[in-house]
Design a protein around this ligand. Structure first.
Ligand code: 1YM
Length: 652
């Protein structure tokens, strides 16, 4: 038996692996799906380290039919020589000794070590069997297995079948091959998930530019093969994340530097969206909780971009600096650092704790972005970044002001505003509706025609919301908008509280003309920006007044679009007359009730989040600086009676 070849010293090694068996959670976090994949990442990490050190450029991962997984790289191969003190091969130590990695007096970075930094021996300890082959001209092989001790009945884990041996076969390959079968006695599940493996391998490929990673799933009758290789590295990562978004400039900004022994790399590309997507990594491990690298990166960005803004007159002398969040609105970025002696902390141990990292990343960000911003070639890039940030700051300031109103700091003002509201008598928010009606005369009809118990009317003076009110931040200063905020009761922005909503249906009622379309778009944009959940939860609707009345003597039919007009003409028959409604104001209270407000007969469009986002984009097109885009839009969409294509119809 192999056991006899071991000296007394090696017994501690064996005990080490038994400890892993006894408390697997301590080493791999859990024995669930996550832990199962973790023992694969331990092996992948070693292969990737070899590539990161410049010795390999290809890694192949195979999921086998028998439930095992294998990883092969084309690097130098794990050393096969005998360790002087331990008297066993390096291969054996790597797979039997906890924390064996990097103990061979080398100066290479050893970035591996995943969440728990335990290495390949843990994979061995938690596998039914593990095989390793090293290719260095000759093929070397070693096998391990976990089995019951016939004497004690205890499970012995990761026990070598025999020492590493030269198979006598010759090969032209170089590298290391490791195959293992997770032990079902340890794991709740032993099924590798293709999606999990594939997603992580893609991520690793982005983080290690130029390394080809192949995934082959041989468990299917026809194997699935996926290849990941990104010569642009994290630049490609950023582009990948921005697919389907509108980017503000072509190539991402890219920085790579080394400072105090920390390798720092980041890529940035801004989009016209409002969300911040910054993802950070340490030694290829995601750090969703952030940490020192993240903090340094963000503060560096804010400083250097404010400096640029002042130097180039985007901010005037007396104006305050922009805030970090202004710059990060719509920003997609990947920050990847590599370093020794990583300290992870936080709830899920995914937050970088090393304090020295913060100033290192901050100064690299300031210096390198500073250089890029002074390069004339990047003028358009930085102009786009600054314009976006200035827009965000404007909105932020307007929101702050509006919030103060909503918070009741200016209660007197709010009470005055609410005076225009014709409220309903019921206090049951789920049954209540508020109609936001364009124009005082339509507002008057609506007040008279409504169901007083459940329908509240808030008339909007057409004028202040018309074309003069260009940008959404100006809209927030508008009295009527502030009235809406007070009436709904939810607050806005980060204060928004859905459960305080006073009306479960918020219905926009505007004319079927250009002004009406405009007002509707402004309101939707406002809801999208400041009360997104209201839209998300389906509380926002568009009221649909009819366009025509077809009538004779005692018959009256309403048509809501041109198609319907024809069928209604046929229905009314000979001698019909047509009234075309130009605005809501032309309807008397009874007509408005019957056609547009009565829940039994009306048609409402429920607004989706995409609709509101579309309205937002539309506003930007119509009101923004891009005159050509505006002209193009207007000539393509001149028919303002046409139903907006992005709305879906709901009868309610
Ligand atoms: C499929 C998994 O483990 N590749 C791998 C591992 C090592 C080396 C090369 C390697 C490292 C060094 C020198 C060094 C490891 N060696 C050790 C140890 N692929 C896989 N490829 N020569 C080869 O770090 O100096 C641990 S991992 F400790 F033995 F050197």
């Amino acid at each position: 038996m192999a056991k006899k070849t071991y000296s007394a010293d090696d017994i501690t090694v064996l005990e080490g692996l038994e400890a892993v068996r006894v408390r697997p959670g301590m080493y791999i976090g859990s024995t669930g799906e996550k832990g199962l994949h973790h023992i694969l990442w331990e092996i992948v990490d070693n292969a990737i380290d070899e590539a990161a050190n410049g010795h390999a450029d290809s890694v192949e991962v195979i999921l086998h039919k028998d439930g095992s997984a294998s990883v092969e790289d084309n690097g130098r191969g794990i050393p096969v020589d005998i360790h002087k003190d331990k008297k066993v091969s390096a291969v054996e130590l790597v797979f039997t000794q906890l924390h064996a990695g990097g103990k061979f007096g080398n100066d290479n970075y050893n970035y591996s070590g995943g969440l728990h930094g335990v290495g390949a021996s843990v994979t061995n300890a938690l596998s039914e069997w593990l095989k390793v082959e090293v290719y260095k001209g000759n093929v070397y092989r070693m096998e391990f297995s976990s089995h019951e001790d016939p004497k004690t009945g205890k499970i012995l884990s990761g026990i070598p079948k025999a020492p590493l041996f030269d198979t006598g076969m010759r090969t032209r390959k170089k590298g290391t091959f490791v195959q293992f079968k997770p032990d079902p006695r340890v794991f709740d599940t032993v099924n590798f998930k293709f999606e999990i493996v594939s997603k992580r391998l893609r991520e690793i490929a982005f983080l290690n530019k130029g390394v080809k990673i192949t995934l082959i799933d041989k468990r299917e009758d026809t194997p699935i093969v996926k290849e990941f290789k990104y010569d642009g590295g994290i630049k490609d990562f950023v582009k990948y994340m921005n697919e389907g978004k509108n980017t503000l400039y072509g190539e991402p900004l890219y920085v790579a530097a080394e400072k105090e022994g920390i390798v720092i790399e980041f890529a940035i590309q801004n989009t016209d969206s409002y969300t911040e997507s910054i993802y950070s990594f340490v030694n290829n491990i995601p750090t969703p909780e952030g940490g020192m690298h993240d903090v340094g990166f963000k503060s560096g960005l804010t400083k250097v971009l404010n400096e640029f803004a002042r130097a180039n007159n985007y901010i005037k002398e007396k104006e305050p600096n922009l805030m970090g969040e202004d710059f990060r609105e719509g920003m997609t970025a990947i920050l990847s650092i590599k370093m020794k002696n990583v300290q992870f902390e936080g709830q899920t141990k995914t937050k970088l704790g090393n304090p020295e990292v913060r100033p290192a990343v901050e100064s690299v960000t300031i210096e390198e972005i500073g250089i890029l911003s002074k390069n004339k070639k990047n003028a358009d890039v930085f102009d786009a970044i600054l314009k976006k940030a200035l827009g965000a700051a404007k909105v932020r300031n307007a929101a702050k002001h509006a919030k103060e109103v909503a918070r009741g700091k200016k209660e007197a003002e709010a009470t005055k505003l609410i005076g225009k509201l014709a409220n309903c008598s019921s206090r049951k928010a789920e049954l209540n509706e508020i109609f936001i009606v364009e124009g005082d005369s339509a507002g008057g009809s609506a007040k008279q025609g409504r169901d007083r118990q459940h329908q509240a009317i808030l008339p909007l003076r057409g004028k202040p919301l018309n074309a003069e009110k260009k940008r959404i931040d100006e809209v927030l200063k508008n009295e009527e908008i502030r009235t809406i905020i007070s009436a709904l009761g939810t607050g806005i922005g980060s204060d928004f509280t859905l459960k305080n909503l006073n009306y479960h249906k918020v219905i926009i009622l505007s004319d079927a003309d250009q002004d009406g379309a405009h007002i509707r778009a402004i309101l939707l944009t406002f809801f999208f920006r400041y009360m997104r959940e209201l839209v998300q939860m389906g509380h926002v609707y568009i009221g649909m007044p009819p366009l025509y009345k077809v009538y004779k003597k005692d018959v009256e039919e309403y048509a809501y679009d041109d198609n319907e007009l024809h069928s209604k003409i046929e229905k009314v028959g000979r001698g019909y007359q047509i009234q075309r409604y130009k605005g809501l104001g032309e309807m008397n209270p009874e007509q408005l009730w019957e056609t547009t407000m009565n829940p039994r007969s009306r048609v409402l469009m429920q607004v989706t989040l995409e609709d509101a986002a579309e309205a937002e984009r539309l506003i930007t097109t119509l009101m923004g600086d891009a005159i050509d885009a505006r002209k193009a839009y207007i000539s393509e969409n001149a028919d303002f009676n046409k139903e907006d294509s992005f709305m879906k119809e709901v009868k309610l």
